[in-house]
Ligand binder design. Structure first.
Ligand SMILES: *Cc1c(COP(=O)(O)O)cnc(C)c1O
Length: 392
């Protein structure tokens, strides 16, 4: 052991309890697992009972894949999708018997790890098919696989020519236990975009050229396009986490996240005071300004400063004024009675009394997906069950 690690462990032995450090937490992300479970149930109901997987890539869109998957698994979810093999490996302990599909497929050299953790590659190239076929031959038993066919997004998926090559020579798929055929919609949140129907028709055609297997097309927004899009398995991510399936329309899903940040200081400032970097906010009247422990390093975009978004406290919206700093933002709390907001209080910054994920996305010129997945590692993630025992 070198000197630095020995000093570190010596310090650790006398370190204060985790709770004491947590008491000083700067910002907390509360994640309602029951709302996620309820959202999956709502999607299944909208699809007339078709089963739903859960897409938990990117740490369940930043909300904690293991806790999210465990909660969904307890409610009967049997199929999970991740993007990377490492995500699948990390998820395995949380859902020991579920199917875990790896959207980015299998890379040369990773076949053994895929098998060891029981991960199912979602294969989208002929090279990966031969890799998996050879591994199956070496093991002397069929290996589970899903196939991704491209129906018009031109991102991942076997082309029509490649699907035809597989149809012409069934031995190419020898040793593959085909569990699922999928494709992905490029514009499902635009309900009138003709690409949706074109992709659906193409999917019907291509899947029939492959060996019979359950099919999956609909992401979150795809669920709302109608029965023709549901096939055998829904594949939502965003909607589980409360993101609206259609921009600008009422959101039928339950809100899932609330981000709140500690008040570091409350100041009453005279008129004509410049606040924060570059003095981008100047008070026009005496103002109460609260400095909050959250910044762009936590994924709160700099584009949301200067009165484009609202924090919230005690039912009152508090405009976020001035530039967003790396570790802090400033909110105008003048609307609250004097003394109501104090150092150490937690002010909502996303959800709760603040603007929600979709409103913030609009204000920042992005989509709710990016708001959630940007939320940083420094936030304290707290999973809870709003509805414990009552979801039945
Ligand atoms: C991310 C992803 C999904 C989930 O999409 P949402 O829009 O979040 O529901 C489904 N399928 C594939 C292939 C994906 O990459």
């Amino acid at each position: 052991m070198n000197q630095i690690t020995s000093i570190f462990s010596a310090t650790r032995r006398t370190a204060p309890a985790k709770e004491a450090v947590r008491a000083g937490v700067g910002a907390a992300l509360d994640i309602d697992l029951d709302a996620i479970v309820a959202n999956r149930r709502l999607l299944i109901a909208r699809a007339g009972g078709v089963d739903s997987a859960a897409v938990v890539k990117a740490d369940a869109y930043g909300l904690g894949a293991q806790a999210v998957a465990a909660a969904l698994s307890a409610d009967g979810c049997r199929n999970f999708f991740v993007a990377h093999i490492e995500e699948g490996v990390a998820l395995r302990a949380a859902v020991p018997t579920a199917s875990i599909f790896v959207l980015h497929g299998v890379a040369p050299g990773a076949e053994g790890a895929m098998c060891a953790y029981g991960l199912i590659p979602v294969i989208s190239t002929l090279a990966q098919i031969s890799l998996w076929r050879e591994r199956a031959a070496r093991r002397g038993k069929a290996l589970p696989a899903a196939l991704h066919v491209d129906t018009g997004m031109a991102r991942l998926g076997l082309s029509e020519v490649e699907v035809d090559a597989l149809a012409a020579d069934p031995s190419l798929l020898a040793g593959l236990d085909l569990r699922l055929v999928i494709s992905h919609l490029a514009a499902a949140e635009e309900k009138d975009n003709p690409s949706n129907e074109a992709q659906r028709e193409r999917f019907e055609i291509l899947r029939k050229r492959l060996p019979a297997a359950p099919a999956s097309l609909a992401n979150s927004s795809g669920v709302f396009l109608g029965a023709g899009y549901h096939f055998d398995l829904l594949r939502p991510g965003a909607a589980l986490y409360g993101i609206a399936p259609r921009v600008g329309e009422p959101n039928p899903l339950a809100p899932v996240v609330k981000l709140s940040a500690r008040v570091l200081r409350v100041d009453t400032l005279p008129a004509h005071t410049a606040v924060g970097y570059n003095g981008r906010h100047v008070t026009t009247a005496p103002s109460r300004i609260a400095t909050l422990s959250l910044g762009y390093a936590d994924g709160f975009f700099r584009a949301l400063g200067n009165a484009r978004a609202n924090a919230g406290f005690a039912g009152q919206k508090l405009p976020i004024v001035g530039n967003v700093s790396m570790d802090m933002i400033t909110a105008d709390a003048t609307a609250l009675p004097e003394g109501r907001l104090r150092e150490g209080d937690f002010v909502d910054v996303i959800g709760g009394d603040a603007d929600g994920v979709d409103a913030l996305a609009r204000a920042a010129g992005t989509i709710g997906y990016e708001i959630l997945t940007a939320l940083g590692a420094r936030l304290q993630r707290r999973h809870f069950s709003s509805n414990e025992g009552r979801l039945a």
